[in-house]
Write a protein that binds this ligand. Structure first.
Ligand SMILES: Cc1cc2nc3c(=O)[nH]c(=O)nc-3n(C[C@H](O)[C@H](O)[C@H](O)COP(=O)(O)OP(=O)(O)OC[C@H]3O[C@@H](n4cnc5c(N)ncnc54)[C@H](O)[C@@H]3O)c2cc1C
Length: 388
C-alpha cells in the first residue's frame, strides 16, 4: 500500500523542465504530481547562468514571447532582465558572434553593432581588451532560483503537488502504457508520465525500452563580490556566459565540458580550483575593471548533452502515455516554452505552437552504441580524479 496519492500526470524531476511542465498542466486544470529525488532545483536548474537567449531553437519565438510575461503569469518574481551584450576581443570574434545577429534577424529580432567606444559606454566594466561587440535586443537573463521557486509555487497555487526526497526506481506497465511509477516510498498511479530527469532521463527511459541518449558533463560558475551595477547585466564574451545579479555580483561560467560517469544517485558536481582559476582569468579579460573583485562563491553543476546538442521532447514509441524531455544544456532559458510544449504533448498529443520535429527521438534511430566514444565524450581518469 502506497503512502502517495496518484495523479493524472506524474512528472519525474523537479528541475525547471518538470516544474514548468507541471505549472502549465496544473493551470489548465490537470491533476499533476512532481516527484523529485532530492530538493527541487538542486541540480542544473539551480546552478545555471540564467541565460534566456536561444536563437537557434525552434522554441526561440515562444521563449522570447513568454519571458517578459513570466512574473505576471506565475505571480512570482523571476528577476528577468531583457537584452544581452556580447563583447568581442578580436575581429575574428566579431565575425563569429555576428552569426547570432543574423540568425535572430531572420526571425525578426533586432541587434546593434557596437564599436569600442559604444561597447565601453554600455559595459562600464569593460576595457581596451575588446574591439567592439553586439547589443542583442532580444534574449536576457533571469534568476534561476527565483524562477524555479516561481514555477513550483505557481503550480501549487493551481492544485499541483511536489514530493521531494522521493526517488523513482521503476515503472509498472500494462498494454503499452505506464500505469504506475515505483518509488522508494511506494507506488504512484498515473494516466500519463513525463520523464524530465535531466541527465537521468536516459537511464529512466531505458527501463521502458527506449534509451534517450544523454551524456553528463560538469561545468562550473564563479561569483564575485558586488560591483557597481552596469546598465545591462547580461554581458557575454571570452567564451564566458553570465549575468550581473541585481545586487551587483558577477555570476559567470563557461569552459571545457568535463565528461562524467552517470550514477544512480547523481554525478559528483564539486567545483575544482583549475577551472575556477580559468574562469576567473577570463572574466578579468572580459571585464578588466572588475579584475580586482574577489571571488566569493563557486559551484559546479551537471548538464545533460544529447549527441547533436539539441533537446529531446517527444513521446516514447514503446509507451504511448510517456513524454520524455531533456534539454541538452539550454533548458533554463527555454523552460517557459519547453513546459508549454510538454503540456501540449501530454494533453493534445502534439505541440501546437512550434514545429519541434527536430526534438524527436527518431533522429537517433541509427545512433552507434558507442556514440560517446565516437564523439570523444568519454570520462577521463583526470576528470574522475578531480571529482573524487
Ligand atoms: C553551470 C551551468 C550553467 C548553465 N547555464 C545555462 C544558461 O545560462 N541558460 C540555459 O538555458 N541553460 C543553462 N544551463 C543548462 C540548464 O541549467 C539545464 O539545461 C536545465 O536546468 C535542465 O533542467 P531539467 O529540469 O531538465 O534538469 P535538472 O535540473 O537536471 O533536473 C532534473 C531533476 O530530476 C531529478 N531526478 C533525477 N532522477 C530522478 C529519479 N530517479 N527520481 C526522482 N527525481 C529524479 C534530479 O534530482 C533533478 O532535480 C546551465 C547548466 C549549468 C550546470
Amino acid at each position: 500500500m502506497s503512502e502517495i496519492k496518484g495523479a493524472s500526470v506524474v512528472i519525474v524531476g523537479g528541475g525547471v523542465t518538470g516544474l514548468s511542465a507541471g505549472w502549465w498542466l496544473a493551470q489548465g486544470g490537470v491533476d499533476v504530481l512532481v516527484l523529485e529525488k532530492g530538493l527541487i532545483g538542486w541540480e542544473a536548474s539551480g546552478r545555471n547562468g540564467g541565460g534566456c537567449s536561444h536563437h537557434h531553437s525552434p522554441l526561440f519565438a515562444e521563449e522570447q514571447r513568454l519571458w517578459p510575461l513570466m512574473d505576471e503569469l506565475l505571480g512570482y518574481p523571476t528577476e528577468f532582465r531583457p537584452e544581452r551584450i556580447r563583447l568581442a576581443s578580436s575581429e575574428h570574434q566579431m565575425a563569429l558572434y555576428g552569426r547570432a545577429l543574423r540568425n535572430a534577424a531572420r526571425q525578426g529580432f533586432d541587434s546593434e553593432v557596437l564599436d569600442l567606444k559604444q561597447a565601453k559606454e554600455m559595459v562600464p566594466l569593460a576595457g581596451d581588451t575588446v574591439v567592439g561587440g553586439y547589443h542583442y535586443k532580444f534574449g536576457g537573463h533571469a534568476n534561476p532560483h527565483r524562477t524555479l521557486q516561481g514555477y513550483a509555487w505557481a503550480m501549487q497555487d493551481h492544485g499541483g503537488r511536489v514530493l521531494q526526497h522521493t526517488t523513482v526506481t521503476g515503472f509498472r506497465t500494462e498494454g503499452g502504457r505506464v500505469t504506475a511509477v515505483e518509488t522508494d516510498r511506494g507506488e504512484v498511479g498515473c494516466d500519463s508520465l513525463v520523464l524530465a530527469a535531466g541527465p537521468q532521463t536516459g537511464r529512466l527511459s531505458a527501463m521502458l525500452g527506449q534509451e534517450v541518449p544523454v551524456q553528463s558533463a560538469r561545468c562550473e560558475m564563479i561569483v564575485t563580490e558586488p560591483l557597481p551595477l552596469m546598465p545591462l547585466g547580461g554581458v557575454d564574451g571570452c567564451g564566458l556566459y553570465g549575468r550581473q545579479t541585481l545586487r551587483g555580483n558577477l555570476a559567470y561560467g563557461g569552459g571545457p565540458h568535463e565528461w562524467l560517469a552517470l550514477t544512480e544517485e547523481g554525478t559528483p558536481a564539486k567545483p575544482t580550483t583549475p577551472l575556477m582559476l580559468h574562469i576567473g582569468k577570463r572574466l578579468a579579460q572580459l571585464l578588466p575593471k572588475a579584475a580586482h573583485a574577489r571571488i566569493i562563491r563557486s559551484w559546479a553543476g551537471v548538464i545533460e548533452n544529447t549527441p547533436d546538442g539539441r533537446p529531446v521532447i517527444d513521446r516514447l514509441a514503446s509507451q504511448a502515455n510517456v513524454v520524455v524531455a531533456t534539454l541538452s544544456s539550454v533548458g533554463f532559458g527555454l523552460s517557459p516554452a519547453s513546459g508549454r510544449a510538454i503540456r501540449d504533448l501530454v494533453v493534445d498529443g502534439a505541440c501546437g505552437f512550434a514545429d519541434i520535429s527536430t526534438f524527436s527521438l527518431a533522429r537517433f534511430a541509427e545512433l552507434e552504441p558507442n556514440w560517446r566514444e565516437l564523439q570523444g565524450w568519454q570520462v577521463t581518469a583526470a576528470t574522475e580524479a578531480l571529482a573524487a
